[in-house]
Design a protein around this ligand. Structure first.
Ligand SMILES: Nc1nc2c(ncn2[C@@H]2O[C@H](COP(=O)(O)OP(=O)(O)O)[C@@H](O)[C@H]2O)c(=O)[nH]1
Ligand SMILES: [Mg+2]
Length: 137
């Protein structure tokens, strides 16, 4: 048991180190056929529009403007890929369920998100973090 906790501490230190390394924007894609295979683990941030997906990526990587944030829901319209020290890929997803965007546009984002989730990236783990907004008091 103690060994496991020591392992967790090491992992935590490793994570803290990793997220201080350089993070760079790779590309944004709108079509599945443009989806690149990076041969690295990917962590995708998913959730409704405006819950703070892009802000969370900026906060985790200690950068203010890496992932574009906006007060206007639906600003992130592509799958945006970022490389963290060429060890981990972070994916900023478009929001889903945004009622005011044109239906065809929303349908296109949803298709893209679904294709990404169910795509043939079988050899590399994709961890999807689904975000929900906490109501501020
Ligand atoms: N109060 C508060 N606002 C936040 C937080 N995170 C993000 N925001 C704001 O919520 C808005 C949407 O954030 P954004 O990251 O663009 O959301 P996304 O659409 O999920 O990527 C922006 O105006 C952010 O400044 C938070 O933790 N608390
Ligand atoms: Mg966003």
């Amino acid at each position: 048991m103690t060994e496991n906790f020591e392992h967790l501490n090491e992992l935590w230190d490793w994570g803290q180190w990793l997220f201080k390394q350089e993070c760079t924007f790779l590309r944004g894609v709108e079509k599945l056929e443009d989806l690149p295979e990076f041969f690295l683990p990917e962590v995708a941030f998913a959730g409704r529009s405006n819950v703070g997906k892009s802000s969370l990526i900026n906060s985790l990587t200690g950068r203010l403007t890496l992932a574009r944030t906006s007060n206007t829901p639906g600003r992130t319209q592509q799958l945006n890929f970022f490389s963290l020290d060429e060890r981990l890929i972070l994916v900023d997803m478009p929001g889903y369920g945004y009622a005011e965007a044109p239906k065809t546009l929303v349908a296109r984002w949803q298709k893209l998100i679904k294709q990404y989730r169910t795509g043939n990236k079988s050899t590399y783990k994709v961890l999807s973090a689904k975000l929900r907004k906490r109501m501020d008091p």
